[in-house]
Structures are given as C-alpha cells and as structure tokens.
Design a protein around this ligand. Structure first.
Ligand SMILES: [Zn+2]
Length: 101
C-alpha cells in the first residue's frame, strides 16, 4: 500500500499514513481533524539543490531524491564544468562532487 503524507490544517501536525488509494484520508492523530491535507512530495529542481525539511522523516521520497540526484548530478556537473570550468564548479557547488562512486 502506498504511503501518503498529510498535514493537518487545524493543528499543523504532519504525519504519514499507509492506506489504499481508494480509502478515505485519515483523521489527524493529534487533534482529530477530519479534513487533513495531502502533502505532495516532489523532487525539487536540481539546480536549487537538495533540501530535505528537518524532522520530516519521509523515507520514501528521500530514496526517490537520492536516485534522481545520482542520475542528474553527473549531467549537471558536466554541463556546468564545460561552461564555467571544473575549478569554479568545484568551489561553488561542492555538493555536486559528494555523490561520486
Ligand atoms: Zn490536527
């Protein structure tokens, strides 16, 4: 079953719930609010870097980001290096080099 992320508009509580796609959204476990908001987690634009909100605990989306990152980083790095030179890129975007295998 897919894991969904929700945010309660009433008390701001964030939580994950696992249920089938056709099931009704859960109520907020903190305050019992019935119309919690589905949080759509999407990969941020690669140029903006990877940022994971602190204390979020979205393990699934983190894995997605990781594979996306591993796929996109070499391409982006090459593009930047041909434009700016390897030294400049290394100095300004050291994170592009941290996931090398
Ligand atoms: Zn709540």
């Amino acid at each position: 079953m897919p894991l969904y992320s929700y945010k309660c508009p009433s008390c701001d509580h964030r939580f994950d719930a696992r249920h089938s796609m056709s099931a009704a959204p859960p109520v907020c476990p903190a305050c019992g609010h019935e119309s919690v908001q589905r949080v759509i987690t999407t990969a941020p634009a690669i140029a903006g870097g990877i940022s994971t909100p602190a204390g979020d605990g979205h393990r699934a989306s983190k894995e997605q980001l990781k594979s996306k990152w591993a796929e996109e980083t070499p391409k982006l790095r090459q593009k930047l290096e041909s434009k700016l030179g390897a030294e400049t890129v290394r100095r300004n975007a050291p994170s592009l080099y941290s996931n090398d295998d």
